[in-house]
Design a protein around this ligand. Structure first.
Ligand code: HEC
Length: 111
């Protein structure tokens, strides 16, 4: 075995390890920021009001797109348009990372 493939593999491994703490930091920051959302969406991502959607385990890109759409006024809702007004791009990324990291279990659909 030449040393080259080994070096490349080591680099890939190093990059993967470097990515983990930053993703974990986003999730931790998102959890702190989600306190502003918990009355309606829950800190566990399960809706606490009948007209609020569950956010737990939704894909991060979907959550980000929804939050950006509310902020840009492309998607309108009385409460959400206010809730996202002061969110930065980083807040949106962190919140999406947090809610998408929550794991849910789906039971079989009754036949
Ligand atoms: C006062 C209640 C309330 C608060 C606080 C609130 N939301 Fe919402 N949220 C709602 C409701 C109601 C909807 C559904 C709006 C609609 O029909 O478009 C919604 C929709 C959403 C959606 C779209 C979900 C989907 O499936 O399309 C996201 C994402 C979201 N909220 C994230 C957040 C985040 C993040 C926060 C905190 C920064 C927050 N919300 C704060 C009530 C709230």
């Amino acid at each position: 075995m030449s040393p080259r493939p080994f070096a490349a593999a080591a680099l890939v491994a190093a990059a993967a390890f470097a990515a983990i703490p930053s993703a974990a930091q986003d999730v931790a920051a998102g959890r702190r920021k989600a306190i502003a959302c918990q009355t309606c969406h829950g800190l566990d991502g399960l809706a606490k009001l009948p007209d609020a959607p569950h956010l737990a385990a939704q894909p991060a890109p979907y959550l980000e797109r929804a939050l950006r759409a509310y902020r840009a006024g492309e998607r309108r809702n009385e409460v959400m348009s206010v809730a996202v007004k002061t969110l930065s791009d980083e807040d949106i990324r962190d919140l999406a990372a947090y809610y998408s990291a929550i794991q849910i279990e789906v039971k079989a659909v009754p036949q």
